[in-house]
Design a protein around this ligand. Structure first.
Ligand code: GAR
Length: 210
């Protein structure tokens, strides 16, 4: 089983979904630790409830971004993870950090990338008059919310939707999509070829969510 460390900043519902998927005996990965940059992140409680080791690296405890990331890397290297899953981790990783785990860092973003990268994604989807929304699990590269797409799920935008109602609907498919993407990535069904492009020997969208 592939060793996974999940990075969070908040509620950690995606982390919990990954951990719960990993609890199935045939799942090809296990969550070995949860890292948070916020001591108050609700996800730390969810991790502890599941018996998962937690580590907190508060940004302000370090002189700068480089020192913060260096401390995270030391702890990470000691765990020798195969895969890092960013799950609501609201910090941009530096190019050096990404290079250290190149091709092994996954992220989930609550939009159908390449539409609406960055912040306020649901507001921008509503402002654009979108009739569908969704989430994307992708491999992390140096550009924010760029990198090869591993899995996506779609939900409708409904009349009267607000940021909160849309975000909640997207979040439910995030949990399924992230667990699916991790499974397919961990078992090699979806991988990155020598040319840097995604190779699929299986289908990586969630039919139930489309
Ligand atoms: C999720 O909607 C995730 O896609 C989003 O934050 C939320 C975290 O929820 N991530 C980003 O916006 C990253 N730019 P969770 O803590 O309950 O998993």
């Amino acid at each position: 089983r592939k060793r996974v460390v999940v990075f969070i900043s908040g509620g950690g519902s995606n982390m919990a979904a990954l951990a719960d998927a990993c609890a199935a005996p045939d799942f090809p990965a296990e969550v070995i630790a949860v890292f948070s940059d916020k001591p108050a992140a609700g996800g730390l409680v969810k991790a502890a409830e599941r018996g998962i080791a937690t580590y907190t690296f508060e940004r302000r405890a370090y002189a700068g971004k480089a020192e913060h990331e260096a401390a995270i890397l030391v702890a990470l290297d000691a765990l020798s993870p195969d895969i890092i899953c960013l799950a609501g981790y609201m910090r941009l990783l530096s190019a050096d950090f990404i290079r250290a785990y190149e091709g092994r860092i996954l992220n989930i973003h609550p939009s159908l990338l390449p539409l609406f990268p960055g912040l306020h994604t649901h507001q921008r989807a509503l402002d654009a008059g979108m009739m569908v929304a969704g989430c994307t699990v992708h491999l992390v590269t140096e550009g924010m919310d760029e990198g090869p797409v591993l899995a996506q799920s779609v939900v409708p935008v409904l009349p009267g939707d607000t940021v909160d109602t849309l975000a909640a609907r997207v979040l439910t498919v995030e949990h399924r999509s992230y667990a699916l993407a991790l499974r397919l990535f961990a078992d090699g069904t979806v991988r990155i070829g020598a040319d840097g492009r995604v190779e699929r020997t299986g289908y990586a969208s969630d039919p139930a969510a489309t």
